[in-house]
Design a binder for this molecule. Structure first.
Ligand SMILES: *Cc1c(COP(=O)(O)O)cnc(C)c1O
Length: 400
């Protein structure tokens, strides 16, 4: 097991900024709560007992280390393609990595409950799982429109013992659910902890989530060296809020010969309003308590965004990615809905692995890129989750 550690390039300054992005919340009540979470986080990451407990759960509960797999059939296009199999984690995606960290932290702070919002339900399920594991109450706020769409995840959260709060305000989706969850958290700051689902939000969340996700890159780098020798030419991951990508990138930041490539959803096309390519087309500003690039409407408000993968359907993005883009250390590419569906089917049929539609964005880029390179070049792709949740949608879309 690797020791989690963040590269200095993706660590915040004392004001929570990564270059021009990030920052702390200026709401007085919440600022106190954020400071408590930050102090708790600093204390646990230096605590040998906490680290030992986290390692034990990563190994015996999540199933870490996740394998690194050489996809030989995919690789016939040109470059060699290797997959970091986060889809094989318990609950089927990388989100469990930070949810266990957040649940252990809440427990350490003496909280009784974790509160969060969820869009498609992936974060809600992972958090409900971690809460059940460590013995915490779990309250998940979810838009009524999303609840109707994501029935299996609603059922999972209920079975796991979470309390679901339907949110019918506004469009009944993620944005309203965030407001509702924050409202509930403000009512009970003493006994509860807000548990965010990606490297977004005010300090300390981007750092905290990145820390718990950095296991992905530490493992992948060591596995690559021992299984195949040397380092990959590119490491690739899809970017929604940015947690699985940052978890992978972090370990490679000092390897200047390794390109870091994030893949954003181009939806129905970058020339339409129907995409969520935040780093590619967003403008800088403050959204939900932190500064980042975000997609804006004509009034500077967060734009309505679209992706075939609901986990990538967010108008903002983590501040560390904004900083990596600004300093030119990472590059951000896109894949459309159509390319993503094709890649979903290709990985399923050529390798027998059904990917999450989110992860299929990274695969789509890798297939395109591999064909431009030769067999001596190596691409390491984060397969952030499995596609069981997407099968009904996929057979309908692909008319199978
Ligand atoms: C939520 C999710 C994502 C997007 O979140 P990031 O924070 O950008 O990683 C990607 N893949 C899967 C499988 C997800 O569930």
């Amino acid at each position: 097991m690797m020791q989690e550690q963040l590269n200095a390039v993706v660590l915040p300054n004392e004001n929570g900024f990564f270059g021009a992005h990030g920052g702390k919340i200026d709401h007085p009540g919440l600022a106190v709560a954020m400071a408590e979470i930050e102090a708790g986080f600093r204390s646990i990451i230096g605590d040998a007992d906490f680290i030992a407990e986290m390692k034990r759960l990563q190994q015996t509960y999540v199933g870490r280390p996740s394998p690194l797999y050489h996809a030989k059939t995919l690789s016939q296009r040109g470059a060699q393609i290797y997959l970091k199999r986060e889809d094989l984690n318990h609950t089927g995606a990388h989100k469990i990595n930070h949810c266990i960290g957040e649940a252990l932290l809440a427990k350490k702070l003496g909280k009784k409950k974790v509160i969060a919002e969820t869009g498609a339900g992936q974060h809600g399920v992972a958090l409900a799982t971690a809460a059940a594991l460590v013995g915490l109450e779990c309250e998940i706020h979810m838009g009524v429109v999303d609840m109707a769409k994501e029935h299996p995840n609603v059922a999972r959260m209920k079975i796991l013992g979470a309390k679901l709060v339907p949110v019918s305000a506004g469009a009944g989706t993620l944005k309203e659910a965030v407001d509702s969850a924050f409202g509930a958290y403000l009512q009970d700051l003493q006994h509860s902890m807000f548990a965010i689902g990606s490297v977004v939000g005010p300090a300390p969340y981007p750092e905290l989530v990145a820390y718990f996700q950095s296991i992905v890159g530490h493992e992948a780098r060591a596995q690559f060296q021992s299984q195949y020798g040397g380092l990959p030419d590119e490491v690739v991951a899809c970017v929604g809020g940015g947690s699985n990508a940052l978890g992978l990138f972090n370990a490679f930041i000092d390897d200047s010969a390794v390109a870091l490539v994030g893949v954003e959803p181009a939806g129905e096309g970058l020339d339409t309003q129907r995409h969520a390519a935040t780093l590619t087309l967003g403008k800088p500003g403050v959204i939900q308590g932190f500064h980042c690039y975000y997609l804006q409407d004509e009034n500077g408000n967060p734009a309505a965004v679209h992706s075939i993968a609901s986990g990538l359907d967010y108008p903002g993005v983590g501040p560390q990615h904004c900083h990596l883009k600004d300093i030119g250390r990472a590059r951000y590419e896109t894949a459309t809905d159509a390319e993503t569906l094709a890649a979903f089917l290709t990985l399923s049929r050529e390798e027998g692995i059904i990917p999450a539609l989110e992860s299929a964005h990274a695969i789509a880029y890798a297939l395109r890129r591999a064909a431009q390179l030769d067999g001596s070049q190596r691409l390491l792709v984060n397969l952030s989750g499995r596609g069981d949740k997407d099968i009904d949608f996929a057979i309908e879309q692909l008319k199978l």
